[in-house]
Design a protein around this ligand. Structure first.
Ligand SMILES: [Zn+2]
Length: 121
């Protein structure tokens, strides 16, 4: 048996305090997905682990959640039937690709609700 414990530092120096968040900065937003429990308002009852995704953006420096680029992720189709008209909302093709875990390029963050104020980066 080879003892390699000498090569492994026993104590990793960890800083006890988190580095202060940069408060004084211009938020730099990048698109992301927020994954949240299906029934976030009843999350204690949500034991099946089912989740949903929400398109959003987050600041790469502090994690603040920003606006949703609606035009990018959704497409509206004007529908008309007789004198009735309505707008049908679908995901854009890009959104469909991002919702598919195999073709996804966006980072995914966990959210307690569909649009948290901050995400953990
Ligand atoms: Zn920020």
């Amino acid at each position: 048996m080879i003892d390699i414990s000498d090569d492994v530092p026993k104590y990793k120096k960890k800083s006890k305090t988190k580095p202060p968040k940069k408060i004084d900065h211009k938020h730099t937003y990048e698109p992301c997905l927020i994954e949240f429990p299906e029934q976030y308002y009843l999350k204690e009852h949500n034991r099946n682990g089912k989740t949903h995704f929400q398109f959003a953006s987050y600041c790469t420096i502090c994690g603040k959640v920003g606006h949703i680029d609606r035009d990018r992720w959704y497409k509206d189709t004007k529908c008309r039937e007789g004198n009735r008209s309505w707008i049908k909302v679908d995901f854009s093709e890009e959104a469909e690709r991002e919702l598919n875990p195999e073709t996804r390029t966006l980072p995914v963050f966990w959210g307690e609700c569909w649009l948290p104020k901050f995400v953990d980066i």
